[in-house]
Design a protein around this ligand. Structure first.
Ligand code: ADP
Ligand code: MG
Length: 717
């Protein structure tokens, strides 16, 4: 019962020695101190061995096996200096989390003597007992073995715990046939595909021989913090990460004084502690602030190479979750932990850059850079328009459904916000006009056919799922709890395909004798006209937009995760991933199957938890209250409340029977049938139970209510 006292939840945090104030001189020294950076490795290896390793890491060349032992020795020595006793291949299975299986460096050397050893063979490949990871049919039981293999392009690092440390070696995970069982392998392949597609374009624009291209990524992470006491009293939070019950806090509590407001001391201590650990891991976190909802916060790093950014994003979530516990807090990453309160996303800022650090989506200052800029942004328009389904599918999950399409987060309809300056430029190109745009301060382009481009167009549109923000695109539909690897893979893939097709067109024009500037202006104009329907700068939450998008523009509106997942393994997408050598048909099918399975399991757990809580916690509370009211004879108030609570309690009972029936039904044999059963039968039955229970919450004696309320969870800091 309601004996958990708000006061104790607010006070019950002890910062022991964990948070020694860190003088700022130490901060820079701390940066990447737990990372085996190339510089660190260099001092521990011969010049030639290091060069050979770099060729592998930076240019994807096959590693000379004789080098592996040297690297392994250097890694072990470094790790042991840092206090590590174990190592692990650290990988990203299709569950969306990370996986690790630790092996000790220790090896008995006979006669009761032990040595610490780590060989090149152990570094390069391992075979975790991984038969329980989802494989979506890629691995039958008879071929259950899966292998992890070192990814030399992401540096190894140390993860510390109270009694030591573990050397983590970023790795891929594949079946014995070489089919990807993880999220990193296709990401690495997509980075290669992007490089293969973009470098020929750069060559046309005069880039120097040997230029390499990669994608850059900065992911802003939103999350909630609540007091730990409350968390453990909520079976729904523990089991499913979101509240399955809970009446909204009274209106007026929604004063928007939290957003960017003063960060409470306890929270700030937590943030600083987490940041220090992230710095040590070489994760360049930069900004922190309160988010829109009470109890909601955000952290954002400076962008990095997308493979490393994806590794770092997983680590960031892990560090936030672990650190919160030291402050008596729990970090909720769920997309919608509280109904009726703003949800959490993960905005993925994406761009392309050369190895010389040139951002290809930066308008730049010369006509030459501007040509490139228009070419590449056109490719993004084309890619997003042609693959709306994929962008929607790569963020599809049961949890993200509570956010996408609700009246707050980006809608489930994929469109692009360009901002008025850039839209204006494209519109003028489309209509064949030159001259200056409506925005002031545009710089001259020095070309008769291409318009001027503003530098870092500043306007913002918070309702767009995919927005141009000056020198990058921001994909905002990504869920707060999900791995960013697949969304980046999709972005790399759709842009790689579009760039390759545009390069073919451009080359044909050049072969036909057109001048580069003219050919490019023509190509950009045509591409824009063809894909203009994807550009939308208005309010993405509005009803008009839903009508316009679907009916006038023919854009997809894939409302739920399952609507989107149906598209994932379509012939179009099989072709896209196949020709770019990112995922073969079977690998793509496996991902679809696993996403259905995760959807099914997620809602299944929620359905059963709802049943449990309604039956074992809420119904008893309602009945206890009714019994208590019986002890108040001849009171009009008691009679009135009793009647109301009695009616709702009966309705709760009925709704509960209906939910139980759906929980017990299967919906079919196939995983997608089970998933549809969850969406179409279990979720509606859960909603019915919740609706009644939330009304009871507002009627029943506070002391009898068995769950911490929204008011407590969201406002106690
Ligand atoms: P916002 O546009 O959300 O107000 P910022 O300009 O601070 O914020 O950028 C947000 C994120 O975008 C940061 O993580 C930042 O590192 C990232 N970002 C900036 N430039 C790039 C780029 N070229 N490629 C990828 N991410 C980038
Ligand atoms: Mg943002």
């Amino acid at each position: 019962n309601q004996d958990f006292d708000v006061n104790s939840a607010a006070r019950n945090w002890r910062v022991e020695a964990t948070a020694q104030p860190t003088p700022s001189e130490l901060v820079t020294g701390k940066f990447a101190s737990d990372v085996l950076t190339p510089d660190q490795l260099k001092t521990r290896m011969s010049k030639s061995a290091f060069r050979s390793l770099q060729a592998t890491a930076e240019r994807g060349e096959t590693l000379d096996p004789s080098i592996a032992d040297t690297v392994a020795l250097a890694m072990k020595t470094w790790a042991m200096e840092k206090g590590a006793t174990h190592y692990t291949h650290w990988f990203q299975p299709l569950t969306g989390g990370t996986a690790e299986k630790h092996d000790s460096f220790l090896n008995p050397a006979g006669d009761g003597v032990a040595i610490m050893s780590f060989s090149g063979k152990e570094l390069i490949q391992a075979e975790p007992d991984a038969s329980s990871f989802p494989s979506g049919g890629l691995r039958a039981t008879f071929e259950a073995r899966g292998y992890t293999a070192w990814d030399p392009s992401s540096p190894a690092f140390i993860v510390r715990h109270a009694n030591g440390a573990t050397l983590c070696i970023p790795s891929v995970f594949a079946s014995w046939k070489g089919e990807a069982l993880d999220l990193k392998t296709p990401l690495l392949r997509s980075i290669e595909a992007l490089n293969r597609a973009v470098t020929p374009a750069l060559k046309l624009f005069g880039a120097s021989e040997g230029t390499r291209v990669t994608s850059s990524l900065g992911a802003e992470q939103e999350y909630f913090l609540i007091a730990e006491e409350y968390y453990y009293r909520r079976p729904d939070l523990v089991m499913s990460g979101r509240t399955l019950f809970g009446a909204k806090p009274p209106r007026g509590q929604e004063l928007e004084d939290h957003y960017f407001g003063v960060i409470p001391d306890r929270i700030l201590s937590f943030m600083t502690d987490a940041e220090m650990q992230l710095y040590a891991l070489g994760i360049p976190v930069k900004t922190r602030h309160n988010e829109v909802a009470p109890g909601q916060f955000e952290v954002a790093p400076i962008f990095e190479d997308s493979n490393i950014a994806a590794d770092h994003q997983q680590l960031l979530m892990q560090v936030l979750r672990n650190t919160a516990r030291r402050y008596g807090l729990v970090c909720l990453m769920h997309e919608k932990p509280f109904a009726g309160v703003n949800g959490s996303g993960k905005h993925c800022n994406w761009s392309m850059a050369t190895d010389a650090g040139e951002n290809l989506l930066d308008p730049g200052e010369t006509p030459h850079e501007n040509m490139q800029f228009l070419f590449f942004t056109s490719a993004v328009l084309k890619g997003v328009d042609e693959h709306q389904d994929l962008l929607r599918a790569c963020v599809a999950s049961a949890s993200n459904d509570h956010r996408l399409g609700a009246a707050e987060a980006p809608p489930a309809i994929i469109s692009i916000f360009l901002g008025s300056e850039l839209s204006d430029i494209y519109e003028r190109l489309a209509s064949g006009q030159g001259g200056r745009g409506k925005a002031a301060g545009l710089m001259g382009l020095g070309s008769r056919v291409l318009p001027e481009i503003p530098i870092h167009a500043g306007d913002r549109n918070r309702t767009s799922p995919f927005a141009f923000t000056g020198n990058k695109f921001e994909f905002r539909a990504v869920g707060s709890s999900q791995s960013i690897s697949f969304p980046i893979t999709v972005l790399n893939a759709i842009v790689a395909e579009a760039v390759a097709q545009l390069v073919t067109d451009l080359q044909a024009r050049l072969d036909g004798g057109e001048e580069l500037g003219v050919a490019l202006a023509e190509l950009v104009r045509e591409t824009y006209k063809k894909h203009r329907r994807i550009v939308f700068d208005g309010d993405g939450y509005s009803d008009e937009w839903h009508r316009e998008a679907e009916h006038d523009r023919g854009l997809l509106n894939l409302r739920t995760a399952l609507d989107a997942l149906e598209h994932l393994h379509s012939p179009k997408n099989v072709e896209l991933f196949g020709k770019l050598e990112i995922l073969n048909d079977r690998e793509l099918a496996a991902r679809q199957e696993i996403m259905y399975d995760i959807y099914f399991k997620t809602v299944n757990i929620e359905g059963e938890t709802t049943e449990y809580m309604a039956q074992r916690q809420i119904l008893p509370a309602a009945l206890a209250y009714l019994a208590a009211l019986k002890d108040v004879p001849e009171s009009r108030a008691a009679a009135g409340v009793s009647r109301e609570v009695g009616e709702l309690t009966d309705r709760l009972y009925d709704a509960l029977q209906a939910l139980r029936e759906q929980n017990d039904a299967l919906g079919g044999e196939e995983v997608h049938e089970k998933a549809y059963h969850m969406r179409d039968a279990v979720l509606p039955a859960m909603r019915e139970v919740r609706a009644v229970a939330d009304r009871l919450e507002n009627l029943i004696d506070f002391k009898l209510w068995p769950l911490p309320t929204y008011r407590q969870m969201l406002f106690v800091k």
